[in-house]
Design a protein around this ligand. Structure first.
Ligand code: OGA
Ligand code: MN
Length: 288
């Protein structure tokens, strides 16, 4: 498809499961023509986690690419980069003893009324070992559930909150180790917001589990004794190897994932090495 009206052909190489794909044959540092942008968005709706190798974008270019996908999301609890109010730096120094930022399964900012549709992460410095990111496929995990479980989950609303991560009693609030990322602990994080536990993707129409172990604190109308075992079972189900794509970074790689139908988990394993990534989010909609 090399005709000018639809832009140059891009290559989309899906992972064997269809969850996750590598996209090449385009230059994200320049505005994409309408046809190419449509191909990127189509691939994103199909594969949820798109990896674009060899895209060493400047921060300005990262912002400009993000805005082609949609308006910026609202990023609380981490101070943005100087001069770039919509870019967070995900950084860990060689001598740092802290847990990796994002180092437990979660969907980004799922406690917001409108959680981000996309997160875009571009690697700057990649350690020679470790630092992979795991992604779990909430749509395939939902499809694989027995019909009785689907029926049980259909009316449920999960309660999300930033309290465990960023509240005054959170892990970050009590952390003693020096962390290079400017985390903002706030009583604001104790607020809660409920979302459907199974949500429907606005573009693909697929249903997906919308759970986020770091931020999901319960289920409406259930006691913790009822909700906790169910949530634990769903987390274990969704993070089975058959639903997980393991992303191995190289420097100058850009990954764009869909927070509406996936979770992710930043792995460590690179003590003694620096890891630096730059991150934006794209605003999303009220989950339905
Ligand atoms: C994030 C995140 C994962 C990583 O930026 O939201 O979870 O591998 N990062 O750095
Ligand atoms: Mn994250």
């Amino acid at each position: 498809m090399a005709d000018g009206a639809t832009g140059a052909a891009i290559q989309v190489r899906p992972q064997p499961s269809g969850f996750g794909a590598e996209v090449t044959g385009l230059d994200l540092s320049k505005p994409l023509d309408a046809g190419t942008l449509a191909q990127v968005k189509d691939a994103w709706a199909r594969h949820a986690v798109l990896a674009f190798p060899d895209q060493p974008l400047t921060l300005d270019e990262l912002e400009a690419f993000t805005l082609q996908i949609g308006p910026f999301g609202d990023d609380p609890y981490v101070a943005p980069m100087a001069g770039h109010p919509n870019v967070l730096e995900v950084r860990r120094e060689p001598d740092e003893k802290t847990t990796p930022f994002g180092g437990n399964w979660h969907s980004d900012w799922s406690f917001q009324e409108r959680p981000p549709a996309a997160t875009i992460l571009r690697s700057e410095i990649v350690p020679p070992v470790g630092g992979d990111t795991l992604y779990a496929d909430g749509a395939a995990a939902y499809d694989a559930l027995p019909d009785e479980m689907k029926a049980r989950l259909a009316p449920l609303r999960a309660v999300h909150s930033a309290t465990r991560a960023y509240g005054p009693k959170s892990g970050y609030a009590r952390e003693l180790e020096v962390r290079s990322m400017p985390i903002i602990v706030s009583p604001d994080a104790d607020k809660t917001w409920a979302h459907p536990l199974v949500r429907t993707h606005p573009v693909s129409g697929r249903k997906a589990l919308f759970i986020s172990p770091v931020y999901t604190v319960g289920i409406e109308g259930m006691t913790p004794d009822e909700a906790d075992p169910l949530l634990r079972d769903l987390y274990a189900h969704m993070t089975q190897e058959r639903f997980v794509y393991r992303h191995v970074w190289k420097a100058g790689m850009l990954v764009m994932w869909d927070n509406r139908c996936t979770m992710h988990n930043a792995l460590g394993g690179y003590d003694g090495h620096r890891r630096v990534m730059h991150r934006t989010t794209v605003a999303g909609e009220v989950p339905v």
